[in-house]
Design a binder for this molecule. Structure first.
Ligand code: MN
Length: 417
């Protein structure tokens, strides 16, 4: 069985609150179409995070519809299976599944939380001439017993020893989370064993770096063969953030038989816009004039891409610095795009003289979601307050909110009964 595995499209993503990425996704779709035509996979798998937000715009929905209708028309013999990720609205994906089912495509948005003994298993099983697909969308917590019962059912049926592929959208223990730094500490990981036994290939989504669990060193090989079972992230379609500095690929997976060999080839995705940090030589700007000249030079030379600046933290920044950059970029017509979160270099100095000088840019402020982060940066302006005390107070408020929410949940549950 030959599988084309991709994930984490994040269609409709808007970067830096400013830039739509529709043309970048269109460029990816074009490559995907060509690969499907050239490679003739038996099945196309998209393992979650189809959309970036729960309610994508109509133009984003249109891009999705147009692409998958034409993909199905161009490759009518290729099965298409799409599952919901944590970014997707599970119920919306599920609601559309009946329509796409008319074209023989399988969309799976939800999984029941308990084995209700009815027909729940069938919506997750796709039976192909060449093998089986178990389509599992993003679920909170683990469903080991339920997944195992699906795999057991397939094992009973699978007299010919056809390959079995399972799809899931989850963080598996032992992975490389480069580019996901914002999630470290909060990333809930699941042990590989919680997906059950009996699949040959686990087609994962959620982590954006292409990688095979337990074989991280082989992540970037063009081609490699393992003995089943294998669990792999295909990685995302595009750089979803500027920290994802690795190449993005789709995986073409060939499985010869159940329990046999799994051959993985990676096809490199050409991205329409690349990410750059200025200065390009890895140093940093000593003053903002230098930075502005470099931005202008970049526009003239590269004409396209996402840029982020590295500036020495001692360099004074005029209040209209960001506006000056946007003015320079305007001539490129949004082809060169600016990430306003500056990378500050140099030693963090204790502020004694310029005590009223803010220690962060407005852009930093826009991207802070923890109020303590803000307070820590300005606490020196308020010597009368004790940082530890404020921290404790915040914790108390947080736990009070948690208690309140828990009590409310109990009330709602009672009312339902
Ligand atoms: Mn995800």
């Amino acid at each position: 069985m030959k599988v084309l595995h991709t994930a984490d499209l994040h269609l409709g993503q808007i970067l830096y609150q400013n830039y739509e990425r529709g043309d970048e996704h269109a460029h990816y779709f074009k490559q995907l179409m060509q690969w499907c035509k050239d490679e003739h996979p038996d099945v196309f798998l998209l393992s979650g995070d189809v959309f970036d937000i729960q309610q994508p715009s109509s133009s984003t929905k249109k891009a999705f519809n147009d692409f998958f209708v034409s993909l199905h028309r161009e490759c009518p013999d290729m099965a298409i299976v799409i599952t919901a990720g944590n970014h997707d609205s599970a119920s919306r994906i599920q609601a559309d599944s009946a329509i796409w089912g008319c074209a023989g495509m399988r969309l799976v948005g939800m999984m029941p939380s308990v084995d209700d003994g009815k027909e729940w298993m069938e919506q997750h099983i796709v039976r192909l001439k060449q093998g089986y697909i178990v389509a599992i969308p993003f679920v909170r917590g683990e469903r080991k017993a339920m997944l195992q019962s699906i795999l057991d059912k397939i094992a009973d049926e699978n007299r010919e020893g056809k390959p079995v592929v399972m799809m899931a959208h989850s963080a598996v223990t032992g992975l490389d989370v480069t580019g996901h730094s914002y999630e470290i500490g909060t990333l809930e990981t699941q042990d590989l064993s919680s997906f059950g036994c009996g699949f040959d290939y686990l087609a994962l989504g959620h982590i954006h770096k292409p990688q095979t669990i337990g074989h991280q060193d082989d992540s970037m090989l063009d081609e490699v063969t393992y003995t089943a079972p294998v669990a792999r992230y295909s990685g995302s379609a595009l750089h979803v953030s500027c920290d994802e500095k690795y190449p993005h690929t789709v995986s073409v997976v060939d499985i010869d038989r159940h329990g046999g060999n799994v051959n993985i080839r990676q096809l490199r995705i050409d991205e329409l816009r690349h990410f750059y940090e200025l200065p390009l030589d890895g140093s940093s700007f000593n003053n903002t004039e230098e930075a502005l000249v470099a931005v202008k030079d970049f526009c003239d030379k590269y004409r396209s891409g996402y840029i982020r600046l590295r500036i020495d933290r001692k360099a004074p920044r005029p209040s209209d610095f960001i506006q000056q950059i946007y003015d320079i970029l305007a001539v490129t017509g949004d082809e060169v795009r600016y990430n306003p979160k500056i990378i500050e270099t140099g030693v963090e100095t204790v502020i004694t003289e310029n005590i009223n000088k803010p220690v962060f840019a407005v852009a930093d402020l826009q991207q802070m979601d923890d109020p303590m982060e803000f307070i820590e940066k300005i606490i020196h302006l308020y010597p009368q307050f004790d940082l530890e005390k404020i921290r404790e107070d915040f914790k108390e408020v947080e736990s009070e909110i948690e208690r309140h929410e828990a009590a409310e949940a109990v009330e709602t549950a009672k009312k339902k009964k």
